[in-house]
Design a protein around this ligand. Structure first.
Ligand code: GLY
Length: 362
């Protein structure tokens, strides 16, 4: 298994079939196992199936966050044992973030770790989940509490798969791209918002390649010198303290919200805290929050549920000595880690999210 992060292992390609063939020919001694999900098996796998032998071993997981569990990992380990996978085998994860997280975790723990590559098929997985080596599963209703950092040997990012996505998947991917822009570069933020508002249609999803490339480069910037997340990589968690808590909350209410969409609500809350704690410009906050709520569905969280959301935040991996620590922005492109000791401020940001959602109903 691989632990070094080499940005050159991320291959942006319009020629995935030939690139994959070349890569597999170079690694021809390896026995291959594919992990995917039921949707991808139908829509994405056929697009690259010709690369693999007729009798290729494929393990397909059910769709949804609810399956990102230790039980699924156990089933994958069983599958690998039954098929006599060994230290020299290669796992190929084909799918969205759930597949790359679960498949990567299974590979990184099987016989103390075997090689894997990622072929991300959702926008979110292409710009974020498949890159940087985080793998994992949910535990006790909480997001990504158990996992490893293990690098895929290669990540093949191809626009070919994007036309299989529905609008929620696309909005979810844009959520992480917007986060990357906000923590790194205002110009890229404007480009991205302009593209989403004025140029984007589901048919034009393929035209996104240069923005995807830029977004992956931003991720690389934050990961390359801090793979184990002791410093700068933490900034990639902007929007995620609230985002993960809201995702877990809506999941518990059986009204799941896609990860990148929850991150957008998290971004609005954390930008509000940025105004309060680190002097983020208030007018800029109002402008950005308005732009985001014109793109994303409005949201309402009952005030008597705020405590529940605060409860989820207490399991956030960035917390220190039981105090919420989050990423805030001094300005676009200037993220900082900040303690948020006052629960009332957390509640206030949820109130702001509710009331801005109300104002922005067209
Ligand atoms: N998704 C944030 C990271 O990979 O660090």
């Amino acid at each position: 298994m691989y632990i070094n992060f080499n940005p050159n292992d991320i291959i942006h390609t319009d020629e995935i079939i030939s690139d994959l063939k070349t890569y597999l020919n170079e690694n021809e001694t390896k026995q291959i196992f594919i992990i995917t999900d039921k949707n991808c098996l139908k829509l994405c796998y056929p697009l690259i199936k010709s690369v693999f032998p007729e009798n290729q071993s494929v393990f397909s997981i059910e769709i949804g966050e609810v399956y990102k569990t230790l039980e699924i990992v156990t089933k994958i380990w069983d599958f690998l044992f039954e098929k006599r996978a060994d230290k020299n085998s290669l796992i190929i994860n084909i799918g969205g973030g759930i597949v790359t997280d679960v498949g990567g975790f299974s590979a990184s723990t099987f016989k103390r770790g075997i090689s894997f590559i990622n072929i991300p098929t959702t926008l979110l997985a292409q710009v974020d989940a498949s890159v940087g080596g985080k793998t994992g599963i949910n535990y006790k209703g909480l997001k990504n509490q158990i996992g490893t950092i293990a690098m895929p040997e290669k990540v093949f990012v191809s626009p070919r798969f994007l036309k299989t996505l529905n609008s929620d998947d696309i909005l979810s991917g844009f959520g992480e791209m917007i986060k990357h822009a906000l923590i790194y570069n205002e110009k890229h933020y404007f480009e991205l918002i302009n593209f989403i508002k004025n140029e984007f249609t589901e048919k034009k999803i393929i035209n996104l390649s240069s923005l995807i490339n830029e977004s992956v480069n931003i991720k690389i910037h934050f990961v390359k010198n801090d793979v184990t997340e002791n410093g700068i990589r933490k900034m990639l968690n902007f929007g995620h303290t609230f985002g993960h808590a809201l995702e877990s909350y809506f999941f518990s209410k059986k009204k799941p919200v896609k990860h990148g969409i929850a991150v957008i609500y998290g971004i609005i809350c954390e930008l509000w805290l940025s105004v309060k704690y680190v002097n983020f410009d208030k007018e800029k906050f109002t402008k950005i929050a308005g732009e985001l709520l014109n793109i994303y569905p409005k949201i309402f969280i009952p005030e008597d549920e705020f405590n529940l959301i605060f409860g989820y935040m207490q399991y956030d991996k960035k917390n220190k000595n039981n105090t919420i620590q989050t990423v805030l922005l001094k300005d676009v492109g200037f993220p900082v880690i900040q303690r948020v000791p006052d629960k009332n401020d957390i509640f206030e940001s949820l109130q702001v999210l509710n009331s801005l959602s109300k104002e922005n109903i067209k």
